[in-house]
Ligand binder design. Structure first.
Ligand SMILES: Nc1ncnc2c1ncn2[C@@H]1O[C@H](COP(=O)(O)OP(=O)(O)OP(=O)(O)O)[C@@H](O)[C@H]1O
Ligand SMILES: [Mg+2]
Length: 253
C-alpha cells in the first residue's frame, strides 16, 4: 500500500473556541498505481483530505502514511494541483513548469531542458515564452499539470483540477490526463464533482458523506483501459454513475 489512512480526523477550532470536526474518522488504503476519485458534497472535507496527504495539514487524530511513514511535511514524491492553476503571472510557461525543479536548486539550463521536453505532450508547443495572461483556462491548467509532472512524483494529488473549465474542455483535458500518465505507474488521488469524469478516469470511486466526511461508498471500477468517451454510453458505465449518484444522495446520519 502506498498510502494508508487510519481513523483520520481533522478538526478546526471554531471562532467560539470549540473544535469542529470537518473530516473523518476515515480509513482506507491505496495500492500503488491506483487511480482514486473522491466525490462528496461541498464542504465535506475533500480538500482537507488532499492537504493532509500533501503534508500541508496535520491530522487531529488517527494517521496518514505514505510508504508506511507518517506524512508530516510536503515530500518530493507527492505533488499537488489545485482547481486554480496558481501560475506566477510574471513568469513564462516554461519558467512556471520548471519552478519545482528551481526550488530544488537544479541549474537553469537543465531544468529548462526538462520542462521544454514536456511541452509537446502538454500540447503547449510554441507557448514556452508566453505568460499566463495570454493562455486559455485549459492551457493554464496544462501548465499546472506540467508543473506536477516535471517533478516525476510517485503520487499525484489533484483537487478539482478541471473544475473551472467548460464541460468539453474538461472532458478533453481529463483524457489528456490519462495520456500523460501513459505508463500508468503513478498513484492518483483526484477530487471531482463530476460523476462522469470520476467513472471515466478512476479505478476506484470513494464517495464521502456530508461533513465531517466519512466513507459512504467505495466502488471498484473495472471498466477496461484505455478509457474512451464512447464508454459513457455502455451499461456498466451507467450502472457505476447511478451507484455513485445514489451514494451522494444518501441521507446521512
Ligand atoms: N483552515 C481552516 N480553518 C477552519 N475551517 C476550515 C479550514 N479549512 C477548511 N475548513 C472547513 O472545513 C470544511 C471542509 O472544507 P474542505 O475545503 O475540505 O471541503 P471540500 O469538500 O473540499 O469542499 P468543496 O467541494 O466546496 O471544495 C469546511 O466547512 C471548511 O469551512
Ligand atoms: Mg475543495
Amino acid at each position: 500500500m502506498i498510502l494508508s489512512l487510519r481513523d483520520l480526523v481533522v478538526s478546526f477550532r471554531a471562532p467560539a473556541g470549540d473544535l469542529l470536526p470537518v473530516l473523518g474518522p476515515i480509513s482506507f488504503d491505496v495500492a500503488d498505481s491506483q487511480f482514486v476519485c473522491v466525490l462528496g458534497p461541498s464542504g465535506c472535507g475533500k480538500s482537507t483530505l488532499i492537504r493532509v496527504l500533501a503534508g500541508l495539514q496535520a491530522a487531529s487524530a488517527g494517521s496518514a502514511r505514505y510508504q508506511a511513514q507518517l506524512i508530516q511535511a510536503p515530500s518530493a514524491d507527492i505533488a499537488i494541483m489545485f482547481q486554480d492553476p496558481n501560475l506566477m503571472p510574471w513568469r513564462t510557461v516554461l519558467q512556471n513548469i520548471a519552478l519545482p525543479l528551481e526550488l530544488r536548486g537544479m541549474p537553469r539550463q537543465q531544468r529548462h531542458r526538462i520542462a521544454r521536453a514536456l511541452l509537446p505532450q502538454l500540447r503547449l508547443n510554441g507557448f514556452e515564452h508566453a505568460y499566463p495572461a495570454e493562455l486559455s483556462g485549459g492551457m493554464a491548467q496544462r501548465v499546472a499539470l506540467g508543473r506536477v509532472i516535471v517533478q516525476q512524483p510517485k503520487v499525484w494529488l489533484l483537487d478539482e483540477p478541471f473544475g473551472a473549465l467548460d464541460a468539453l474542455t474538461r472532458e478533453r483535458l481529463s483524457l489528456e490526463l490519462l495520456r500523460l500518465r501513459a505508463g500508468g505507474e503513478q498513484t492518483v488521488i483526484m477530487v471531482t464533482h463530476d460523476i462522469n469524469e470520476a467513472v471515466l478516469l478512476g479505478d476506484r470511486l470513494i464517495v464521502l458523506s456530508r461533513g465531517p466526511g466519512t466513507i459512504v461508498d467505495d466502488i471498484n471500477n473495472t471498466l477496461p483501459r484505455p478509457r474512451h468517451v464512447e464508454m459513457m454510453y455502455q451499461p456498466e458505465f451507467i450502472r457505476l454513475t447511478r451507484r455513485v449518484r445514489a451514494a451522494i444522495d444518501k441521507p446521512s446520519g
